[in-house]
Design a protein around this ligand. Sequence first.
Ligand SMILES: Nc1ncnc2c1ncn2[C@@H]1O[C@H](COP(=O)(O)OP(=O)(O)O)[C@@H](O)[C@H]1O
Ligand SMILES: [Mg+2]
Length: 346
Amino acid sequence: MANLKVTILHDVWEEDNVPEPEPVKVVSAKKGKRRRKKKDPLHDREEIFEALTKLGHEPSYHVLDGKNQSLLALAKCGADLIFNLTESYAGDDTMDKNIAAYLDLLHIPYTGGGPQALYLAQDKSLAKKIFDFHKIKTPDFATSYKGRTDHSHDIEFPLIVKPVSEDGSIGIDNGSVVESVKELMERIHYIHEEFDSPALIEEFIEGREIYAAILGNDNPEVLPLIELDLSKLPKGTPRIAGQDVKFFRDSEAYKVTKSAVAEDLDEETTKKLQGTARAAYRALKLRDYGRIDMRLNKKGEVYVIEANPNPWLASGAEFAMAAKKAEYSYTQMIDKIVELARARGM
Ligand SMILES: Nc1ncnc2c1ncn2[C@@H]1O[C@H](COP(=O)(O)OP(=O)(O)O)[C@@H](O)[C@H]1O
Ligand SMILES: [Mg+2]
C-alpha cells in the first residue's frame, strides 16, 4: 500500500463569530438551522489523524469555513485522498452533498457517500419512498408543510413528528411523540416555526433501538449489531434517542442510556436486521461506511428509521464499537475506509 497524502476535510461555523462579509463572500446560514452539538468535545478528526499517521500516510487538515477562499484552497490542496468529515457548509447542513459534488468536479477521491447518497439519506421522506419500493420496512408516514400534505399513509397514533431533514436528533425531544390530533397539530406547527421545514409524521414503533454499522462497497460487511438501551429512561417519557440522550451529558436521559453490542439476539433476528440494513445501505447508494438505524418490535419485525452516510467515527461512538467487536482495531477500521475509497477511486 502506497503512502498517501490524506487531507482530513472538516467544516467550522461559529454563528456568534461570523467574519466580516466584505471583501470576502460569506454565505449565510439558512434561517432556523441549528448547529449540531457533538456528544464529545474530542472530535473524531484527531483520532483519525493519529490512525493515518500510524498507517504511514501523510495526514493534514483542511477546513471549510464558509468563505470562498477555503473552497479555492481545497482545489489546490494536492491531496491524494480526502477523508471527508464535513457535515455542513456555512452552517447549512443540507450542503454536505454539494461539498461531495465539488470534490467530484475536482477529481479528488474521497471517503464515504457521494452527493447521491448524501441527498437521498438527508431527505427522510424521499428515503422512505425508496425503501418502500425495495420492500424495506419503514414506519408508515405523512409529510406536511404549512397545510400541504405531500404524502400520507392512513397512519395511527402514537406518532412521532420530526423535521424531514435534520440529524443529530435536532428537533427530537419528549414532545416529539404525540397521542392526539391536538398534540400533533401543535408539534407540526413547532417544526415549521423552529426549522422552517416540512414535518415528517411517522408511526411510532415501540421496540428496541438497533444500529448496524456497515463497511464496504461490492459486498458490504454488516458489523456486529449495537443496541442503544433506552429502557431506563425516566417513567412517562418516550423511549427515543432525543438530543438529551445523544448530547446533554448532565441530563438524566444521557446518564441512564448507553450503547453496547447487542449480544442476546437470536440468529434469525440477527440475520433479518443485517439483511435489512444491507438492503437500506444499497438502496440509498451509501459507500465505504455507513450506519443504519432500526427498530425491532416485540413481534420481531424490523423497521428502518434512517440511514446515515458518513457516521461519526470517534472511538467511543457506535460505529467504532461495532468495528471493535468485529476485531478491527481503530487503526484497521480507518485503514479499511481509506482503502475502500482508494480502490473505488472516483
Ligand atoms: N418512527 C419511529 N418510531 C420510534 N422511534 C423513532 C421513530 N423515529 C425516530 N425515532 C427515535 O428518534 C431517534 C432519532 O430519530 P432519527 O430519525 O434517527 O433522527 P436523527 O437523524 O436526528 O438521528 C431515533 O433514534 C429513535 O430513537
Ligand atoms: Mg438517527
